[in-house]
Structures are given as structure tokens and as C-alpha cells.
Design a binder for this molecule. Structure first.
Ligand code: FAD
Length: 288
């Protein structure tokens, strides 16, 4: 199924994002978690592309597992980091050979040790160029792109960032999947601004259930998403009680999902962090 079809259906399209584990034990555990989550009939499972292309082969290996073992639509993430146009074409050919027909097209971040992203000679500076390349070579593939309700950390303003997002959609993206956020008003205002700019593809919220507040604060610092003070206070109040932290995280994410569903989102993309417990609880409560 292509991304354009995924979001054309009436039902809420749930999707799960994973990253390739580093060890065989991690692979085995992830298989188990995904089998559990497949009971909720995810519209697709996407696999990230490691920083600097570090998981290049593993991303496609996991896309093959998603397709053949789990019988689900696989979406391969692909970034421009460290690759020339020709190398990106090779990667697309490999994705084609693996039966992948949907790509999450990203610029990627600067490799460790560099403070700003720099395109390699003969490579791309912006995700929009990757979208153009994919559209040119594979006109019928599904293409997702990243959107930032709280703006991309490098963008001078949300307005500038939204104009660049429009550039990615005009280049041929089928859907925008957002960076994680914890306040729905931020997403809903972003969605309104996208509509005003004529961004007319599905805008899909990205939700990360919090199971470990210490880890989440590191992640939000990296991706520029704000962490609500009232939520931080609730976590502080339970100290190191892991079970209580988990329950607070689930409750918050579930409330977000219920409100987003009521607000008519076409789907919800879960940053599942290779686990199933939190998403399983949320999806069960959502009735999906
Ligand atoms: C759903 C999702 C999935 C992700 N998956 C991965 C992954 O698998 N691997 C990974 O390494 N990272 C991933 N990321 C992170 C992403 O790579 C980073 O956020 C990266 O910094 C930006 O990528 P982008 O595709 O949004 O870039 P772009 O859309 O190119 O935007 C990057 C910055 O450049 C600006 N910009 C864009 N076009 C122009 C232009 N024409 N002129 C001037 N400025 C411009 C934008 O405003 C923005 O500030 C993901 C993010 C999301 C939300």
C-alpha cells in the first residue's frame, strides 16, 4: 500500500516507527514487540535510517522483515547525509529490490562532531531535493516528509520552516509526519497554518509515549520539542517510581491520541522506541 492510499481510508491509520537494533538479542526482542503491535493492524511500520547512513543495510533488512515476516507495509527512512545523488539512486534501487515502495525522505542531521549539516559535493542540501529525485525515478512510490509543529531547530522562524515544508510537498510528498510533541494545541495550530499555506496533504501527528522521563528530556532537548511543565511536575512528584512514571506517560499520550482523533487527524504515527508495552496499552484503549 502507498502512503497516499494509507491516509485515503476513513479509519484512523496507525503507524509504528522503529530503529534497527544493534544486536541479535535486540532483533529478537523487536520481532516480539512488533508481533504484539501487529494485532492492532498498523497501516505501516517505518524503519529509521541511522545517523550518517550508519544503518543503511539494516534499515532495508528490517523493511524486508516487516514485509515478509510481519506481512505489513514497510516505509524506509532515507537521509541525504554523506551521500551523493548517485549514491542515493543506488539506495533507492536497493529499496526497490527489497520491495519497498514508500520512503520517508529526510535531510538528516549533521554527523557527530559537526555542528551544522553540510551537503557532500554532488549531494543534496535539503530534503525537498530528495523528494524530487524519488518522484523523478519512482513516480508511483509513496513519499512522507518531516514536519515540525514547534519549528525545526535550525529554522529562523516557524513561517520560514512552513514555507520549506510547502516546498517538500510541492516537490511531490504525499504526507507530512510530525516531530513528536506533547501539547495538542501546538499541533492543531501547526495544522491550521499548513492549511492556510495550501499544504493539502495529510498531516499526521507523531506521538511518543513517555515511559522514561529522563530519556524523554534528552530526546526533546535534541529535537526541539517542548516538555509541558505540568507534566514535568507530575513526573517529579513520583520520583523514581518506574511504574508510576509509566502510568503517567500512558495517560498523557492516550489523552493526546483521543483528542487528536476527535480533531479528525488521518492517522497517528507512534515513536515506539522499539517497545510495545506503552503503544499496546494506548491502542487497546483507543479501540484500534
Ligand atoms: C517523522 C520523522 C522521521 C525522521 N527520521 C529520521 C531518520 O530516519 N534518520 C535521521 O537521521 N533523522 C530522522 N529524522 C530527523 C531529521 O533528519 C532532522 O530533523 C533533520 O535535522 C531535518 O530533516 P528534514 O528532512 O526535516 O530536513 P529539511 O526539510 O531539509 O529541513 C531542514 C532545515 O532546513 C530548512 N530548509 C529546508 N529547505 C530549505 C531551503 N530550500 N532553503 C533554506 N532552508 C531550507 C528547514 O526550514 C529546516 O530548518 C526524522 C524526523 C522526523 C520528524
Amino acid at each position: 500500500m502507498r502512503l497516499s492510499e494509507v491516509y485515503a481510508a476513513d479509519a484512523l491509520a496507525v503507524s509504528i516507527e522503529i530503529f534497527p537494533p544493534k544486536t541479535p538479542a535486540g532483533d529478537a526482542a523487536l520481532r516480539g514487540h512488533l508481533q504484539q503491535l501487529c494485532r492492532h493492524n498498523p497501516a505501516f511500520i517505518s524503519c529509521t535510517f541511522g545517523a550518517g547512513g550508519s544503518t543503511r543495510d539494516r534499515t532495508l533488512q528490517w523493511c524486508r522483515i516487516i514485509r515478509s515476516e510481519l506481512q505489513r507495509t514497510a516505509v524506509a527512512h532515507l537521509t541525504c547525509v554523506g551521500s551523493t545523488r548517485e549514491q542515493l539512486i543506488e539506495l533507492l534501487d536497493e529499496a526497490d529490490a527489497a520491495g519497498v515502495r514508500n520512503i520517508m525522505a529526510l535531510r538528516g542531521d549533521a554527523p557527530r562532531g559537526q555542528d551544522r549539516f553540510q551537503a557532500v559535493a554532488g549531494g543534496f542540501a535539503h530534503a525537498s531535493e530528495l523528494v524530487e529525485l524519488i518522484r523523478e525515478r519512482h513516480p508511483d512510490w509513496g513519499i512522507g516528509v518531516a514536519g515540525y509543529p514547534e519549528k525545526h531547530p535550525e529554522a529562523p522562524s516557524l513561517e520560514a520552516d512552513l514555507n520549506h515544508l510547502k516546498g517538500k510537498v510541492d516537490a511531490g510528498a504525499d504526507a507530512v509526519v510530525t516531530q513528536l510533541f506533547f501539547r495538542n494545541d501546538v499541533f492543531l495550530s501547526f495544522r491550521d497554518r499548513c492549511a492556510k499555506l495550501g499544504i493539502d496533504v495529510p498531516i499526521v501527528p507523531g506521538i511518543m509515549p513517555i515511559t522514561d522521563p529522563a530519556r524523554i528530556q534528552r530526546i526533546t532537548a535534541m529535537c526541539g520539542s517542548s516538555f509541558p511543565e505540568d507534566l514535568a511536575r507530575r513526573f517529579d512528584a513520583v520520583g523514581d517510581d518506574r511504574k508510576a512514571q509509566f502510568e503517567i506517560g500512558i495517560e498523557h499520550a492516550l489523552r493526546q491520541c483521543e483528542q487528536l482523533k476527535a480533531a479528525g487527524v488521518p492517522g497517528i504515527h507512534f515513536y515506539a522506541l522499539n517497545r510495545s508495552d506503552a503503544c499496546h496499552r494506548i491502542l487497546t484503549a483507543l479501540g484500534t
